[in-house]
Design a protein around this ligand. Sequence first.
Ligand code: GCB
Length: 592
Amino acid sequence: MLKAKATATRELLSLDGLWRFALDGAAGDEPWRATLDSTLEAAVPASFNDLFVDPAVRDHVGWVWYQRSVRVPRGWAGDRIFVRVDAATHAGRVYVGDELVAEHAGGYTPFEADITEVVTAGGEFRLTIAVSNELTGTTIPPGSITVTEDGRRQQKYLHDFYNYGGLARSVWLYSAPSVRVTDVTVVTDVDGSTGVVGYTVATSAPAELRVRLLDAALAEVASASGTRGVLRVPDVRLWQPGAAYLYELIVEVVDGDTVADTYPVAVGVRTVEVRGSEFLINGAPFYFTGFGKHEDTAVRGKGHDSAYLVHDFQLLEWIGANSFRTSHYPYAEEVLEFADRHGVVVIDETAAVGLNLAVEGGLANGPKRPTFSPETMNDKTRNAHAQAIRELIARDKNHPSVVMWCIANEPSSHEDGAREYFEPLVRLTRELDPTRPVTYANVMLASYRDDRIADLFDVVCLNRYHGWYVANGDLVTAERYLEGDLTGWAGKFGKPIIMSEYGADTLPGLHSVWDIPWTEEYQVAFFEMHHRVFDRVEGVVGEHVWNFADFRTTNGIHRVDGNKKGVFTRTREPKAAAHVLRARWTRVGSRK
Ligand code: GCB
């Protein structure tokens, strides 16, 4: 799905700002049919939960209503007019005036509606967006709703981050010609010093197409016509980790001498390959340093924020991180575009977190019921999961920064039914994108001895907590466990291994000369122990610390104002461990 962009043939209007806001039930039946009867106003983009000082809003489970009036620019007569919602977490319905124009399930991928027939250029209309934060057995991520004895609905979920809801990303109104580009797929390769850029274009109606590839100085380096083809770029400048270079593919619908539609796609020429136990970018072994992150800040919740975007990438650079994982959902498209421009490598993850009934909010609670069964994660869950994979790849397939798809976090991959559940999903991912490796983040409970799905994937990603959930406070034992664990995986599969999570909760300001969990010294010693082991085990190709920054979770006795495994606080101050990581990751030649 193409991002909404302003071009010579398309116009774009941001609908961000303040919207009227109401909880379902507080605004009467069918609230889209009139001005919302509420004095609340909500910021877009932002999760709604922390905006108001009202537990009824924060803890609301169900639909909420956003509304504003919109004037269609009068110059848009004759064009198609669309409303595009970058994210409605976890389901959205869009109404123009009295009419339902779009519905979507899945909280982290965009959707849009062609509203040309129900609006007029120059006219004003009432735009209402309903958003539901409900998670069920058939949503991705899954969850359930319980009702307390006094009748309050509560959302339960297995994942370890707060269930923020709302319009956390931008909403747009845009115009485009009726005969227009509707999709572009770019696949790059390298042939000696020549870059090879394959392209495929879809249009809303049969049309004549022209493509031109411009370099960063806007000089044309190749061109072609037709809906698919291959462009060759002599003396290509590659997109490299830490040294991004972007070309621009201008895709044009032409009608004689006129350009009827034009749409640009940033192109980074690079290759990705898994060979033996190596992960290669542009043919050279790549060692991942960085983090699992979250979209999470105070007040905004999961709301996209350009200031935090810039600052987080600054901190990544400062600390020497070359990569991150979009744990545990697709991030805003602006994040990936930024990574494209700044040469940061991304492992792009679906929102399939919590497919594991034995883990709740980061704690193992022992298997109560089978995870994969007709009553629990079933065919409907898998259908929703397949749709999440389709939408992720459709949205992100052209980003050079994205080098691998991660289709699930910590599924119960050692249980009966795991293989049957995952095999078709891995096949689907490879059909949709044969060019990128595929992985999942393995949970500690599914060891190399009893995991049933690792052979289906290209890279072994391990989330491990030796020294935290296991051997807490005993780093000597933890070191032995960790080494046995890693050598076991390396020996059995011979695939590249990325430590996709390792971390220790740490309260800044808490100190000790002993190995005391929660102190800054313990987090430092914990990382140093891990790094000694990584450097000893052949086949480890990356280390992603859990987590970049402290983040909000649901309440729990093991969570002190949220998850504190951040190397930075929630407001991005470094803990002592940040300096240790920086020393390792910025040391010349430190990467194995
Ligand atoms: C995990 C999860 C992550 C949690 C983390 C923790 O394994 O993947 O979402 O936040 O552990 O801190 O418990």
